[in-house]
Write a protein that binds this ligand. Structure first.
Ligand SMILES: Cc1cc2nc3c(=O)[nH]c(=O)nc-3n(C[C@H](O)[C@H](O)[C@H](O)COP(=O)(O)OP(=O)(O)OC[C@H]3O[C@@H](n4cnc5c(N)ncnc54)[C@H](O)[C@@H]3O)c2cc1C
Length: 288
């Protein structure tokens, strides 16, 4: 049986209280939200926090609201809430596509969007989704808050711009007219992490041509970035199978998968191309 090293525990009563507790208990204190990434790491002794600051009572961080052209999602919003939100399904179907294939109901009932983004695991599906939607996140500390892009948030695998004594409090998605989005993942079995996955968001202009596009890939070494060459060849083009194939080939060329128990490099590159084509096709269908 795997058990974590001993730790102390405090249950925060408000965001200010959580920030004060992190400050008081210092560098060896760590926030716990759903615990579905942190607890496995503690059991494997990959993380050994001396204090866990539990934020599960902070209902003020659990919300989805539409506000002046922006959907604001609280950091403590669970996967299951995102999956079942009518607002999210209508505005950003890519989130629902991804949530359907994240783990299983037990994990989705506890895991949070804030925990997913702060874990910064290269296989995390919501990270790709947030990159594709060009989300911004709000980071709060005792001295105030700042808003950063996904590119600024993710500094590398398991590393973010959120300091030890700060909290990620909100994720913001801007609404853009005539935009569709989609996500598709290949997994070895239901509930598993991705062998590879792709996400796309496409905005069409009044004539039906592609005004803007973002393409992201999961688990194939494109972490923290979108497939910029693939995006560039699509901008200004009319959506077509030929255009999608050209973009997909570039996305597959620009990713950098590694061979592991989930598959060899050429298989993962093949998936990157095929999934890119599929999500572009579906994103455009959804605009129409
Ligand atoms: C069996 C299993 C299968 C899974 N499969 C998938 C999958 O297919 N796809 C996928 O994307 N994910 C998967 N996950 C991960 C799951 O989505 C987790 O819920 C998620 O990674 C972390 O969210 P959490 O709320 O549990 O975070 P926690 O485990 O509580 O925290 C993770 C990290 O984020 C920090 N943190 C949490 N919240 C905040 C905050 N608000 N501010 C600052 N720091 C914070 C913590 O200190 C910790 O370092 C799986 C997990 C399990 C156990």
């Amino acid at each position: 049986m795997q058990v974590p090293a001993p730790f102390d525990y405090a249950r925060a009563e408000s965001v200010e209280d959580a920030l004060a507790l992190l400050h008081t208990h210092g560098p060896e204190s760590r926030v716990i939200a759903g615990g579905h990434s942190l607890l496995p790491m503690m059991k494997l002794r990959l993380a050994r926090p001396e204090w866990l600051i539990d934020i599960n009572d902070l209902f003020e961080l659990d919300y989805i609201v539409e506000d002046a052209g922006v959907i604001r999602v609280g950091a403590l919003t669970r996967h299951a809430t995102l999956l079942n939100s009518a607002t999210i399904a209508q505005r950003f179907p890519i989130v629902v596509d991804a949530e359907k294939v994240i783990a299983d109901p037990v994990v989705r009932n506890r895991g949070t969007i804030g925990g997913s983004l702060c874990q910064a695991d290269p296989a995390e599906d919501l990270s790709t989704v947030c990159e594709v939607l060009r989300a911004e996140v709000v980071i709060r500390g005792l001295d105030g808050e700042r808003v950063v892009s996904m590119a600024e948030l993710h500094r590398g695998p398991y590393e973010t711009a959120v300091a030890q004594d700060e909290l990620l409090t909100e994720v913001r998605f801007a609404l853009t007219p005539r935009t569709g989005s989609a996500y598709e993942k290949v997994e070895r079995r239901v509930g598993d992490w991705a062998v590879a996955a792709a996400g796309a968001s496409v905005t069409l202009d009044e004539t039906g041509a592609i005004a803007d596009v973002a393409i992201g890939l999961t688990s194939v070494g494109l972490d923290g970035r979108t497939a910029t060459r693939a995006e560039d060849v699509l901008r200004g083009e009319r959506p077509s199978e030929e255009a999608f194939a050209a973009a997909a080939a570039l996305a597959a060329e620009d990713c950098d998968p590694v061979a592991d128990q989930r598959g060899p490099i050429d298989y993962k590159r093949h998936l990157a191309a095929e999934l890119t084509k599929r999500v572009l096709r579906r994103a455009v269908e959804r605009v129409r």
